[in-house]
Design a protein around this ligand. Structure first.
Ligand code: GRF
Length: 205
């Protein structure tokens, strides 16, 4: 089925761009009904505009989490979306928010991309953490979101190597290129077959 998505982003938006470009190229059978951003001036907002996607900016500063989430939920009411796709959205979603997206199959219809082979290196700067730990192989994880941070059923993982002479920047750039391939690929897999959860830790992409 063609997926109707809301993309949530806070920053640069390169994953948002990869998803929108995949749709434009006819690779991904989906539409982005709305882009939600919590930071004014974020690159993601410009990218949404460039692709003609409705965007909503809801800054969170000075607001309690629940108050902000109520605003986000109210904004989403007009769009009958299948999945929320988190693409560098730097806010933790509360269990109460997630409940609004509970699928009858038991999972939340919220997907995230994280730049490590979870469960290794959860947290806000996984590239740096993995690089500084001296890993030889790192990777990217796309997973369903649950009540814990950078946790939840894994949909796919893809590895990339740390090469001799890598700097954190070159390591990060290699990983980001993998992200841009993996996210549209997993979304297209969901469009084709629905959600398929593989056992935690297995590499399927
Ligand atoms: C990506 O590295 C993603 O894995 C992480 O946040 C970053 C967002 O980058 N969750 P961008 O805004 O998509 O360029």
């Amino acid at each position: 089925m063609s997926l109707k998505l809301a993309i949530f982003a806070s920053g640069r938006g390169s994953n948002m761009r990869a998803i929108l470009q995949s749709i434009a190229d006819g690779y991904l059978d989906a539409s982005v009904a709305v882009a939600v951003c919590n930071e004014e001036g974020a690159g993601a907002l410009k990218i949404a505009r460039e692709f003609g996607v409705t965007s909503i900016c809801l800054p969170h500063s000075g607001m309690k989490r629940r108050e902000h989430e109520e605003k986000v939920l109210a904004a989403l009411k007009d769009f009958d979306i299948d999945f929320i796709v988190l693409a560098g959205y730097m806010r933790i979603l509360s269990p109460a928010f997630l409940k609004s997206f509970k699928d009858p199959a038991g999972y939340f219809r919220v997907i995230n991309i994280h730049p490590s082979l979870l469960p290794a290196f959860p947290g806000v700067d996984a590239y740096k953490d993995a690089f500084e730990a001296g890993v030889e192989v790192s990777g990217i994880t796309v997973h369903l979101v649950d009540e814990e941070v950078d946790h939840g059923p894994i949909l796919a993982q893809a590895e990339f190597a740390r090469l001799p002479g890598d700097t954190l920047d070159s390591f990060r750039a290699r990983g980001l290129a993998v992200e841009h391939q993996l996210y549209p690929k997993v979304l297209q897999q969901i469009a084709r077959e629905g959600v398929r959860v593989t056992p935690r830790g297995s590499v399927t992409a």
